[in-house]
Each structure stands twice: as C-alpha cells, then as structure tokens.
Design a protein around this ligand. Sequence first.
Ligand code: SF4
Length: 248
Amino acid sequence: MEVEVLENKGNAAKFVLKNFNVSLANAIRRTIINGVKTLAIEDVMVYKNTSSMYDEVLAARLGLIPIKTPVELKDKGKFSFKLKEMGPKAVHASDLIPSDKDVTPAAPGMLIINLSEGESLDLEAETVWGNGEAHTKFTPAHVFYHFYPKITIPDSKVKGASKIASLCPVDILDGEKDTLSVKKGKLSDCTLCKACEDYAGSDVINVSSDTNKIVFDIESWGQLGIKDIMLETMSTLEGEVSEIAEKI
Ligand code: SF4
C-alpha cells in the first residue's frame, strides 16, 4: 500500500490510497463517521426564554454547534457554556461563554437566534462525549471516497470542446480553441459523473476508473483536526479488531 497526500489544510485533506482494498477504505470512512468520540451539547437548562423559539428547538440548535474537542481531554467529564443575552441582537456561537478555554465552538460565526427588541435568553448548556453512532452531531467530518479517475481523449482536436468543458461540474476540463484536455493537476478532482462522456460520446472522451487507487476526501466539522481524526479512527478500528481476535 502507498499513500500520496494531494492536499492537507489541517481541517481538510485529500489523499490517494494506492493498492488499497476498497472494503478497508469503507471501514475507515464508517469509523470516522460513527466511531470517533467528540464533545457536543446535550443538556440545556433554560432559566429564561422569551424569544420566538421553543426551548426544545433552541436546545437542538445548540446541540448541532461543533465544539472543539482537544484529544487530551478525551472522556474527561463535562464542560458547560453560559448564554445570557437581550435583544435586539443576533446571537452567535461566539456568545457562548465556555467553562474551559480549550472547549469552545468551532464555528464562532454560527447563528443561534435573532432576538428582537425585548426578547431575552438565559441558559446553561452542558456537553457530553459521544460518537456518530449515538447521534450525527458527534460526527467529526464529512468523508467520502471514489476510485481514481481515468480520462482518455483519443484526439484532442474536438469541435465544440468549450461546450463539453462547460458541462464539467468541477471545472477540470479545458476546451479552449476546439482543443479538449484535462487541466494540469486536476484529474483527481473528477467525480466520475460522466456528464462530458454522455454529451460528447465515449469516442470523444472516455471516463473510467482505476480500481487500484482510491481518492479519499475528508473535511472536518471543526471538533478535531484531520490528523487527530485519523489517529482516533485507527485506534478505534484497532480496538475493535483486537476485541474480535481476543474473543475468538
Ligand atoms: S466525468 Fe464529470 S467530473 Fe469528470 S471530467 Fe467528465 S464532467 Fe468532469
């Protein structure tokens, strides 16, 4: 197996897994979605709410705010946030006052509620640890994969090349001056949708995939960085596999 990192921005990464089993890639994806523990708001004590939003809806919104989850705090108790605001005001995640300076909303600009003149809120929210199996709010990332694309253009001189290029939803085709080509370094972005091939025909542009190579994309929701998500995923997978080995 070989790993080639195409992009790593800390909170988003794209890499190619070569000679890798697709079932294993799926196991990694599912473990990221369901098996990595993060913090999320679960219990909300509402002392005052004269806004137009029901307590339950407000609590559900708070639960969906991604909370930064330092791995060194894993499974260490609960953390809380206080929120006391008076309208008129647009209340954002950044208005939540945390009990711990390291456990804060990952997206401070996220809108919680618009309070009108005279409306007020006073509440306290508490986090719990959980994973995506319990609730999707704990899932740390959006993750997907596809086989590595193979695009063949037998003759680059194509009448209407710009029209074909314009159909590509990820803009990886170049169709200037009736010459069709894949933009340099953009091949791995092809989603294999085949919109180009369906329009122009497979004799003009042929899209297939290399099943020995998997393009893996991961975008963090902000609770954990990509490296921590991957390390937690591997340790969860390893734990589950060794449990099977021990019990058999
Ligand atoms: S298959 Fe889809 S994504 Fe790939 S080059 Fe064609 S139109 Fe673009």
